[in-house]
Design a protein around this ligand. Structure first.
Ligand code: G3P
Ligand code: MG
Length: 364
């Protein structure tokens, strides 16, 4: 007869506190797990003195893949099951822009091939183009590159991205991830923001005014991977764009307006708090659901953000009213700490393993 595999009932959920991890520089270095991260997740899975699961989210300024893809990739690298509902990417809260732009053509910038177009459509945007589509329409917009490879172009000839950009209005520019070609994308994003009514065929407006809104998913100037020094983040692209905008406007005033998503901005933390509420309600199960939402018997849940970048992870958590633990495995190190004197982490530790130890002691 077939063997019956006895499934252990899930451990009870700890509902008085929750952990919000940053990914790069806390759990991963490039594509590799930081060694302490593997055991840390097992501790959260219930291997701790309380014998309870501890709810957690991953709140990263990274992106360029879907929440499902990121959850799958992380589950493998970290050897722990992570659900898409636990993953908040820099662009995840940009879903909130869908009602305003649902049937309007938008330009999505960044990421590999058409990955960010796919993500934007999954969120509910219906008409999405990229700087590369504009380049493909008229190669004179950026005369410094060869024709784009096939995988970077829309596969369907009827796709809105094959528009005649001399007539078609681009209603907004949304930077979803790091541009793969700074030169080309700076030029084309600038063209859209500067052209009368967002139509490239209209030519530029006279003044330094901006024609259509710019939304950006991540303002990090730097981030940490497996290279010895931090790498430029999407914020570095913003700096370049602002620099060109100011110079060509002929004044020193920064007139380029953008709406920012990602850490350290409140929009990201409000989104994360809601995800945490939902996650805890669903993980607690019926018996504990009544004590699972934002409050536990009227006591506010303790949220601990663990991050490596003081300017995004720590400042964002602090301003939102969460505890924060700063680790030394990424942007913040002994050598760079003098730059971050204004950040106010609740605690500073060597790595994510020590962060969890400190949090559990603090919660005991
Ligand atoms: O592009 C990724 C980066 O800016 C930071 O990722 O996980 O450290 O927020 P993370
Ligand atoms: Mg980080």
């Amino acid at each position: 007869p077939p063997m019956l595999i006895q499934q252990e009932p899930p451990k009870p959920l700890y509902t008085k506190g929750a952990i919000v991890f940053d990914i790069d520089g806390v759990l991963l270095k490039g594509k590799t797990a930081i060694p302490e991260a593997i055991d840390t997740l097992k501790v959260l899975g219930g291997q701790n003195e309380m014998g309870k699961r501890i709810p957690f989210l991953l709140l990263t300024n990274g992106g360029g893949v879907s929440e499902e893809e990121k959850a799958k990739e992380l589950s493998k690298t970290l050897d722990f099951p992570i659900m898409p509902e636990q993953v908040i990417l820099s662009h995840t809260p940009m879903k909130a822009l869908v009602p305003e732009y649902k049937d309007k053509l938008i330009m999505v910038v960044g990421g590999k091939n058409r990955s960010c177009v796919r993500i934007a459509k999954m969120y509910g945007f219906t008409k999405v183009c990229t700087p590369n589509d504009v380049y493909n329409w008229n190669k004179a917009v950026w005369p410094f590159m060869d024709a784009p490879p096939q995988e970077e172009l829309p596969s369907d000839p009827e796709d809105e991205a094959n528009a005649d950009y001399s007539k078609e209005k681009i209603h907004a520019v949304m930077i979803f991830h790091d541009p793969r070609d700074y030169g080309r994308d700076l030029q084309i994003v600038y063209d859209v923001l500067k052209s009368k009514d967002g139509i490239l065929g209209n030519g530029y407006m006279d003044s330094g005014e901006q024609s259509v809104p710019l939304y950006c998913s991540n303002a990090d100037l730097i981030w940490s991977n497996d290279f010895v020094s931090p790498r430029f983040g999407q914020g570095a692209f913003h700096v370049c764009l602002h620099g060109i905008w100011d110079k060509t406007s002929g004044n020193d005033q920064d007139k380029l307006e953008k709406r920012l998503f990602g850490k350290p901005f409140q929009v990201q933390y409000e989104f994360a708090e809601k995800c945490l509420d939902k996650l805890i309600s669903s993980q607690a199960g019926d018996s504990e659901a009544s004590t699972s939402a934002a409050d536990t018997d009227g006591v506010k849940r303790n949220v601990y953000a663990i991050g490596d970048n003081p300017l995004s992870d720590i400042d964002g958590a602090h301003n939102y009213g969460w505890n924060s633990v700063l680790v030394r495995t990424g942007v913040y190190t002994e050598a760079t700490k003098h730059k971050y004197a204004d950040s106010k982490p609740t605690q500073i530790v060597d790595n994510v393993g020590d962060a969890i130890k400190w949090i559990l002691e603090n919660e005991a």
